[in-house]
Design a protein around this ligand. Structure first.
Ligand SMILES: NC(=O)c1ccc[n+]([C@@H]2O[C@H](COP(=O)([O-])OP(=O)(O)OC[C@H]3O[C@@H](n4cnc5c(N)ncnc54)[C@H](OP(=O)(O)O)[C@@H]3O)[C@@H](O)[C@H]2O)c1
Length: 275
């Protein structure tokens, strides 16, 4: 694997701390983006059944010269498949042209439907069958996590949540850490830096380190112990977002960025999203 930080998950599997997200990338964009990312050194790709580009990831994995064993592939169970978990996993694997993914995540809890505990039990079976190495969740609040822990005894390795300087979810991040659940940041750049890249603290750190605002924000995630998956389909940005291993923010700089937290969500609230 390329020289980059790797996180050990509580089930013993290893996950690169920086990966490429491909939400809202078309089939062609996603294929090109993954090939570019692998060439630059990324070894982790985050897709989902709902992104409708798993085929593109499969194509890129076939085309690349990077061995499958070096690439960490994540996909996700979409909400309307919570009662159809086995079939959904098999469909994803077929599209990805894989026999196993590295991480399978439940995309949302959808608390009103109340299927997420049963879906989690099925995901445990998928892991036992070897169709996925690790299992985790996205968008779970403490109450949802407590239920899966209490009712199954199996702790997700990852909780992928909306997390960027404006929405830091520090209580949930701490709760995850206490239970050995790795927090992974989605929309880590606040979807193109909205309300973040133009903040004085980000601009002055960018100047100090000779980096771009996006690189400062990605470094803040890394230095906060988060797994981070910035999305880009632009070759220069894919490259830029990976050039973050030659500097570090000190703890005062991390905490200066922490002050930007306004609690503003860009996506839906998992408590009320049941789509
Ligand atoms: N589990 C969930 O519910 C969930 C929800 C949302 C997202 N996610 C995952 O998280 C990933 C990342 O989140 P996201 O896609 O919402 O947003 P993001 O990574 O915060 O931002 C992506 C946007 O930033 C732009 N961008 C990328 N690098 C940049 C740079 N260096 N400078 C300026 N702009 C830059 C991209 O443009 P270009 O592409 O045009 O370069 C794109 O418009 C997703 O792709 C997906 O894999 C998961």
């Amino acid at each position: 694997m390329a020289d980059q930080p790797i996180i050990k998950l509580h089930d013993g599997n290893m996950m690169p701390q920086l990966g490429l997200g491909v939400w809202q990338a078309s089939i062609d964009e996603a294929r090109q983006a993954v090939l570019k990312a692998l060439q630059v050194g990324y070894r982790s790709i985050d897709t989902a059944a709902a992104y409708k580009n798993e085929e593109a990831i499969g194509q890129a994995l076939q085309e690349t010269e990077v061995p499958r064993g070096e690439i960490f592939v994540t996909t996700k169970l979409w909400n309307y498949d919570q009662q159809n978990v086995q079939q959904a996993m098999e469909t994803s694997l077929q599209k990805l042209q894989l026999e196993q993914v590295d991480l399978y995540l439940m995309h949302w809890p959808c608390p009103e439907k109340d299927h997420y505990v049963d879906a989690w039990k099925k995901m445990i079976e998928l892991q036992q069958q070897g169709l996925t190495k690790s299992i985790g969740v996205c968008n779970f609040h403490e109450s949802h996590l407590k239920r899966v822990l209490d009712e199954t005894g199996v702790t997700p390795v990852v909780n992928q949540i909306e997390l960027h300087p404006m929405l830091q979810q520090r209580t949930l991040h701490a709760w995850n850490a206490m239970h050995q659940i790795q927090t992974e940041s989605w929309s880590p750049l606040a979807q193109g830096g909205k309300g973040v890249f133009d903040q004085e603290v980000i601009k002055s750190l960018a100047k100090k380190y000779g980096k771009t605002p996006a690189q400062i924000v990605i470094r803040w995630h890394l230095d906060s112990g988060l797994v981070v998956i910035p999305k880009s389909v632009t070759p220069a940005r894919i490259e830029e977002n990976f050039k973050v291993f030659d500097f570090r923010l000190d703890k005062h700089e991390v905490s200066d960025i922490t002050k930007l937290d306004s609690g503003n969500r860009l996506g839906p609230d998992p408590e009320t999203f049941n789509g």
